[in-house]
Design a protein around this ligand. Structure first.
Ligand code: AMP
Ligand code: MG
Length: 346
């Protein structure tokens, strides 16, 4: 009898210890974070995730980003996008679900932007070579030739076979203006699947802020000063579970005769966009929408850009123009906090 009471007591103490240890581990794990820097999709990737499953989840995210890069990069001859480009005017290419989805979504944004965003921009981007060693102002006859190749309406999509065809030889797709948005959404989905509640996914400034920060407050995201080096901000926004994507000519450019030639090309002039916008930041639930909109909006210029974003439910924007004025759409009015008095906030 004595033996039985002792055994029960022992079992109870053991059980209590197990419960206490697991409570300790759980509460400790709430603040447990993993930070990983990596390189994918032609940019620096920074991932920070909280929780006990963060390490495994981040590994899976990095694999997914590399998989997207391998399917969609124009710099990889074996990618699905390269195959679409090399068979332009000849035959259609069957692609993966991911690539098909992204091209279809991108075409929607080409249309919404009235062709300012056009993923068949690749012949012009290649000619300028911005960000490469061979950056140069092209000959005007070369530009005229390449401008004629740019037309997203020549992308033929076959839903049943998930295949993509470019109508004319030498036409080429470039998903550089939208792929990071898609990738950020995919990264978020993987984190959520692993039950991660708080994380920051930063794909070269294309940010998804998952949940709240670890103190239960909104994430504070800095809006880059387009005239200063990376990490210098014009203001701050408070974000819960949203994507924040910025397009700006300051990201990649070369200077010739004191003039900046950047990487966002206006399809109708063939030249880097010269609108009044220095940077366009889109705040949205899905990063694919933010990225798809940011590039075209940058080219469209301020009045049209504001009208377009105000017309899309659940999407907001912050614009900085070349007079150093900051304009925000109605949903951002109570959110944007100016921190740099070199700028004027309207
Ligand atoms: P983002 O940083 O999202 O604004 O994308 C810029 C990238 O999009 C460039 O580096 C090009 O690869 C591509 N791009 C440039 N101009 C255009 C355009 N008018 N439409 C679609 N993509 C573009
Ligand atoms: Mg974009």
């Amino acid at each position: 009898m004595l033996f039985t009471i002792k055994a029960v007591l022992f079992a109870m103490i053991a059980l209590l210890s197990i419960i206490l240890i697991s409570i300790f581990i759980t509460s400790d794990n709430k603040n447990y974070s993993i930070v990983r820097d990596s390189y994918s999709l032609g940019t620096i990737v920074q991932l920070k995730a909280y929780g006990s499953k963060a390490e495994k989840a981040i590994e899976e995210v990095i694999d997914k980003l590399n998989e997207i890069d391998n399917k969609m990069s124009v710099f990889k001859g074996y990618s699905e996008v390269s195959k679409i480009n090399t068979s332009a005017g000849e035959e259609s290419q069957v692609v993966s679900k991911d690539t098909y989805f992204l091209i279809k979504k991108a075409v929607e944004y080409c249309s919404i932007s009235g062709g300012a965003f056009d993923i068949t921009i690749r012949p012009l981007v290649e000619l300028w070579g911005i960000g490469k060693d061979n950056s140069q102002i092209p000959e005007s006859n070369e530009l005229t030739k390449k401008i004629k190749l740019v037309n997203y309406k020549d992308i033929v999509l076959h839903e049943d076979t998930k295949s993509v065809f470019l109508r004319n030889k030498e036409q080429q797709i470039d998903l550089g203006g939208i792929a990071k948005g898609f990738a950020a959404d995919e990264a978020k989905n993987i984190l959520v699947k692993h039950n991660i509640k708080n994380a920051i996914i930063d794909l070269g400034g294309n940010i998804f802020a998952l949940g709240k920060n670890v103190n239960g407050l909104p994430w504070r995201i800095g809006i880059q000063d387009p005239l200063k080096s990376r990490g210098q901000f014009v203001g701050i926004i408070n974000i819960i579970n949203k994507s924040v994507v910025t397009s700006g000519g300051y990201e990649r450019y070369f200077i010739q005769d004191d003039k900046i030639f950047h990487h966002i090309i206006n399809p109708s002039t063939g030249y880097p966009s010269e609108s009044d916008i220095l940077s366009a930041t889109i705040i949205s639930d899905y990063s694919i929408d933010g990225d798809g909109l940011s590039t075209g909006i940058y080219i469209m210029g301020l009045p049209k850009a504001i009208d377009l974003i105000e017309s899309i439910k659940g999407v907001d924007a912050i614009f900085i123009n070349n007079n150093k004025e900051i304009h925000v759409t109605s949903g951002m009015r109570n959110n944007f906090i100016l921190t740099n008095n070199e700028y004027v906030y309207n």
